[in-house]
Every structure is written in C-alpha cells, then in structure tokens.
Design a protein around this ligand. Structure first.
Ligand SMILES: Cc1ncc(COP(=O)(O)O)c(C=O)c1O
Length: 405
C-alpha cells in the first residue's frame, strides 16, 4: 500500500499542514507518476503527429500510440480492432447513438430500455432520439436495496426493444448489475446491449468477450489515465456494419469529390488527430493496473467498503442509498446525514480535514432528486485509499455532525 501511495504525488501534497484524502474517485482518479512521466516524455522528446509523417519523430509517435492502443484493447481482452479511443465515456456512448442513428438502425416506434439510475451520459443521448419521434424510452425500476429489478427488466422487454443500455455499476447507488445475465436476455430478445462501464472498468477485471455485451463504454481518466481519455469497446462486426461517428481525416481509405470509403478498424472510428499523449498515458495506466492485478484491486476496495460502511453506521442520523453490501456494489457510498445539506457537509469536510467527496445530483438527477431534492454526498474509494484515511473521515463526520446539531 505504501509503495502504491508513493506513486501518486497528490497524496503527498499538504494543505494547511494536512494531507489530502481523496474520496472522489468516481468522478476521476489520481494519476501515478508513471503515467505523468509517459505524457511529459512524449511532449518533451517526441511530439509529432501520427500515421502521416515519414520522419523519425512521427514514426516513433505512431509506434508508441499503437502500442498503447493495443495494450488497452488487451487489458479488456478485446481485439485490437474492437477498441476505439474517445475523449470520455460520454463520447463513447454518443458514438454508438450517432452511428446507430445515421445507419438507420431504429425504425419509428422502436424502444430503448435504460434504468432509472443511469448517469446523464447514458440517458440524454437516447432522449435525443426520443425527441426526434424515433424511439420510445422505457425505464427499469430499482429494488428497495437499490439493485436493478430484473423482473421489471424482463417485463418491459418486447420485440420493439432494439437496445438495452445500462450501467455496469452506477455512479450513485454503486450497485453492480448482472451484466452477463442481462446480455443473454438481450441476445434472446435480439436487442443490442450497451454497457456503461465507467464505474467498473477501473475497479474489476473486465473481459469484453465474456460480458455478452455489444458495446462497453469506459473512462480512461477514472482508471489512472489522463483527462480527455475514454474508450468504446464494440464487437468487430458491428463497427464494420455501422457508419462512423465523426468524418474527415484519418478515418478514410480513399476520398473522391462526392464520395469516400472508410479506413480499416478501429481507425474508421477515430477521425482527425487523436489524443496522442492521452493514449500513451492510458497505455501506461493499464500497464500499472495490470501489474497490481484487477482482482487484488477489487479485493482491496471491497475491504475498504465494508470497513467504511460498518464505521459510518456509528454516525447518528446517517442514511445510505446503496446496497450496503460490498459484494453487490463497487467502492462508492452514497449517503446523507439528517439535518445537514449535502453541499454543506462536503464543503466542511474539505475545509476542516482536506477530505474530497462529491455532493449534489451526481449527474443522475432523475434518481437523486427523488431521494433528496438538495442532493446527496458520495465517498468513493480506489486502490490507493486506506483504512487510516477512512478513520479520519469517520472522525470528521462525527465532529461535523455534532457541530451541526
Ligand atoms: C456511470 C457513469 N457513466 C458515465 C459517466 C460519464 O463519464 P465521462 O465523464 O468519462 O464522460 C460517468 C462519470 O461519472 C459515470 O459515472
């Protein structure tokens, strides 16, 4: 643990003599020095565009970019043609939406099924299709323990449901959905299945081919990679079949005045100059995660979650909005303390103890606004967090909760 923490310079930073406790990992992760160095090395010694120049710098950059690209695909056990670099999860989901839309995949009256707990990134793109009068959006309910109601999912499926789009784990309730099982249900119903993996890719082993999903969107920046990185994993035959999302340079094979043909995969879906330093940094991030092992990371986070939940129960007036079971959820705890507004608590934790948590609607307003119209607080853990940090957090919560009474 100490060795891992040494790799994250922010964890050594002090403000007002106190270290920072970073519990906002569901928003974005800290970056290890290995990732930071890989990015600065590209800018310091190797800046060049890729896939075009014949000079040494360009060739070097192209090789580094492609190596990192392949390594990232491998990390998810996907084929190299099945990984498309995007700038975040949102762009990955929008890529699917636009590709399906411009390929006339949907017919008027078709349905898309999402849950009531989706991040805006996996809701608003589909709303656009509904507002065009093309599809009808349907919503799967949650059970009392904030897990997905699978019976409701099956009841809401019919032959018009062309797409099921669900978070693998939500960024609010943290509940892990049984993706393989839902993938089988989707396949039997002949629906496409998109998984929003923003909250699982950083925290557990993902084998794209075992998921039974057609699309898997994730955020590189939440898994130790640089800001401005994310990705889409998609079955090769679907990327071959559907239209690209963005059009222009790099994604073409040949261009005439009135028509063009597309580059081979995955470049068909990566138009223009990509985030070269970002891809190189993400390659380093997956190398770092693989070295530690995703199963070890999951085990560590389960321990932290159980530890934190047990201790947080000691606080008067605390209420949880998650399964409260480390087997059923990722290391994210959505909560409130009676009598303290979410933002007040988050600001006080920061001012009083340098503890970074998130407060508010968590980009999941349809759900969170029904739980508390002033928002909720969220503490989310990652591989570098420790039980000692949780102890400081609990003490701070106890003190703040007393002072607000
Ligand atoms: C479940 C989920 N989906 C999508 C997103 C959007 O991710 P990004 O900011 O990478 O676009 C997030 C971000 O918090 C998320 O938690």
């Amino acid at each position: 643990m100490n060795e891992i923490r040494e790799d994250f310079p922010v964890l050594n930073r002090k403000i007002d003599g106190k270290k920072i406790i970073y519990f906002d990992n569901a928003a974005t992760s800290l970056k290890p020095i290995q990732v930071i160095k890989a990015i600065t090395e590209y800018y310091e010694f190797g800046t060049a565009n890729i896939h075009r120049g014949l000079h040494k710098l360009s060739e070097e950059a192209s090789i580094k970019f492609e190596k990192a690209h392949n390594k990232t695909a491998e990390f998810f056990n996907a084929k190299k043609e099945e990984f498309v670099l995007t700038k975040n999860t949102t762009e990955a989901i929008n890529t699917v939406m636009y590709s399906l839309y411009t390929s006339d995949f949907f017919e008027k009256g078709d349905k898309i099924l999402v849950s009531k707990a989706e991040h805006h990134a996996n809701l608003v793109p589909w709303q656009m299709l509904e507002q065009k009068g093309l599809i009808e959006l349907n919503f799967v309910e949650l059970n009392e323990d904030f897990t997905l109601d699978l019976e409701d999912l099956e009841n809401k499926l019919d032959s018009k449901t062309k797409l099921i789009a669900l978070a693998h784990a939500t960024n609010t309730t943290a509940s892990i959905n049984p993706i393989q099982k839902i993938g089988k249900i989707a396949e039997d119903n002949e629906s496409l299945f998109l998984v929003d993996g923003a909250q699982t890719a950083p925290h557990m082993e993902i084998d794209f081919h075992k998921l039974n999903a057609d699309f898997f969107a994730f955020a590189g920046h939440k898994m130790l990679g640089p800001s401005g990185t994310g990705g889409l994993l998609a079955k090769k035959e679907l990327l071959e079949k559907f239209n690209p999302f963005l059009y222009g340079g790099s994604m073409i094979h040949s261009v005439e005045l009135h028509k063009s043909s597309w580059n081979k995969l995955p470049w068909k879906f990566e138009a223009g100059t990509p985030n070269i330093s970002g891809m190189i940094g993400l390659g380093k991030a997956v190398e770092y995660l693989s070295k530690i092992g995703m199963n070890k990371i999951r085990k560590h986070e389960k321990e932290l979650t159980k530890y934190a939940l047990d201790k947080m129960h000691e606080i008067n007036g605390i209420k949880f909005y998650c399964p409260e079971n480390e087997e059923k959820q990722v290391g994210t705890i959505l909560f409130e303390i009676e009598g303290i507004e979410a933002h007040d608590l988050a600001i006080t934790l920061d001012e009083f103890a340098n503890i970074a948590v998130r407060s508010g609607m968590h980009c999941a307003e349809p759900l969170v606004s029904t739980l508390n119209d002033k928002g909720l607080d969220r503490a989310s853990f990652y591989l570098y967090n420790s039980k000692e940090e949780i102890d400081v957090f609990i003490e701070a919560l106890k003190t703040i909760s007393k002072s607000f009474k």
